[in-house]
Design a binder for this molecule. Structure first.
Ligand code: FAD
Ligand code: DHB
Length: 394
């Protein structure tokens, strides 16, 4: 049996891009259905990004999603850059007049889903076999199988692929139309969440010959850490002691009396690092947003912010298209890709500057670059402008 339905915008993927898009469309009176392979709880519990750019915070606030963020988010004026024996603070507010916020993606997702339920947004969770059809026509449609094995068909005016790097949307653009670029890095991150107060007021990005380390945080009682590890690292090889010893060494335990506090590890995972861009971000009546169209290595804290920026451009473009004006929709891919490539470069640059390898020439270049960024106002301002984020319309 196949059931059928109709909506204006079929959104594939209930991550931050998909749910925020449904929010922005609803504010414009446009109906959408959000389709998701996982359960609502699974999506809400995924530990991912932690840093919001100024423009992300401004947008969430403007559209009524900023209340808890204002109360519980932690505004940071900058970051620390470190290498053995030296730690330098970069003050983004002083350098470029912008700042960032520590507010977990889990919290953004909770705020989005709460608002979605309040407006009775239609979601379909736990689906399989999602397939996109007739994307080059004005009547595209999506099919899937629900948890009970029933097939469904949803007709729409537009389909938006917000289904991340493993979803079917990016591959629905024909090979002769799409162009892709990518890079796989020769290292991964081992990330942990720990019940311990942060040992720093702002994030520490540390270059070290043993590998990069990052001290981040989620609240006054929860810290987030990352360690550079080889690809294909097995978590079983990293005991709690090995993780804490690695973090202490790389983050400079003992540097000017600084100490790393440790606590119970509540979550751990290994994350591969990739850059990827697919363009165009629109094909017929299919639009791509967020990780479905592009991936960045996490070192620049850009992935979630890029997803938000895409959707901020896409929502008004779709609203105009559905009212008969295609100009913004026609401009969407080029406008979004301008920012995507800026963030792709910045994330690649931060990653290659901070992750060490055995090549002595690379090492000297990295240290020279770090010294320049930390000591030159021009160098520091370049990092600050990109990290705190360019305006959405950049
Ligand atoms: P996703 O969040 O991946 O959502 C896509 C959704 O589509 C998923 O829920 C998936 O289940 C669903 N889906 C997939 N296939 C289908 C299908 N066939 N049918 C229906 N649904 C489907 N970014 C930052 O900005 N700052 C950071 O500090 C940062 N740190 C990070 C740290 C880690 C450890 C990781 C993993 C990522 C980090 N990122 C960061 C990146 C950020 O998390 C992602 O860029 C962000 O989640 C992208 O949102 P999205 O909605 O585009 O994709
Ligand atoms: C976090 C993740 C990042 O990739 C980053 O650059 C900064 C912070 C985090 O999860 O807190």
């Amino acid at each position: 049996m196949t059931t059928s339905g109709r909506t204006q915008v079929a959104i594939v993927g209930a991550g931050p891009a998909g749910v925020l898009l449904s929010h922005l469309l609803a504010a414009d009176g446009i109906e959408s259905v959000v389709l998701e392979t996982r359960s609502e709880e699974y999506v809400a519990g995924r530990i991912r990004a932690g840093i919001l750019e100024q423009s992300t915070v401004d947008l969430l606030t403007e559209v009524g999603l900023g209340e808890r963020l204002a109360r519980e988010g932690d505004q940071h004026h900058g970051i620390y850059l470190q290498w053995p024996g030296e730690r330098h603070h970069l003050d983004f507010v002083d350098l470029v007049g912008r700042s960032v916020w520590v507010y977990g993606q889990t919290e953004v997702q909770k705020d989005l889903v709460l608002a979605a339920h309040a407006r009775q947004q239609q979601f379909v969770y736990e689906i399989s076999d999602t397939a996109l059809h007739d994307l080059e026509s004005d009547r595209p449609w999506v099919t899937w199988t629900d948890a009970d094995g029933v097939r469904h068909r949803l007709d729409a005016d537009v389909v938006v692929g917000c289904d991340g790097s493993f979803g079917p949307s990016r591959g629905a653009v024909p090979d002769e139309v799409r162009r892709t670029w990518g890079r796989t890095y020769p290292y991964s991150w081992l990330g942990i969440l720990a019940d311990v107060a942060p040992s720093t007021d702002e994030l520490i990005y540390a270059w070290h010959p043993d590998g990069f380390a990052l001290h981040s945080m989620r609240s006054s009682t929860v810290s987030r850490f990352y360690l550079q590890v080889p690809n294909d690292t097995d978590l079983a090889d990293w005991s709690d002691d090995r993780i804490w010893d690695g973090l202490a060494a790389r983050l400079g335990h003992g540097l000017d009396g600084w100490e790393l506090a440790t606590g119970t590890i509540t979550d751990r995972s290994v994350l591969p690092m990739r850059s990827f861009v697919q363009q165009p971000m629109r094909h017929g009546r299919l639009f791509l947003a967020g990780d479905a169209a592009h991936l960045v290595p996490p070192t620049g804290a850009k992935g979630l912010n890029l997803a938000v920026a895409d959707v901020a451009l896409l929502a008004p473009a779709l609203a105009a298209l559905l009212k008969g004006d295609p100009a913004l929709a026609d401009a969407y891919s080029d406008a979004a890709l301008r920012r995507v490539w800026r963030c792709t470069h910045f994330s690649w640059w931060m990653t290659t500057m901070l992750h060490s390898n055995d090549d002595p020439f690379d090492r000297e270049l990295q240290l020279s670059q770090l010294r320049w960024v930390a000591s030159s106002r021009a160098g520091a301002a370049g990092l600050a402008e990109n990290y705190a984020g360019l305006p959405i319309g950049f």
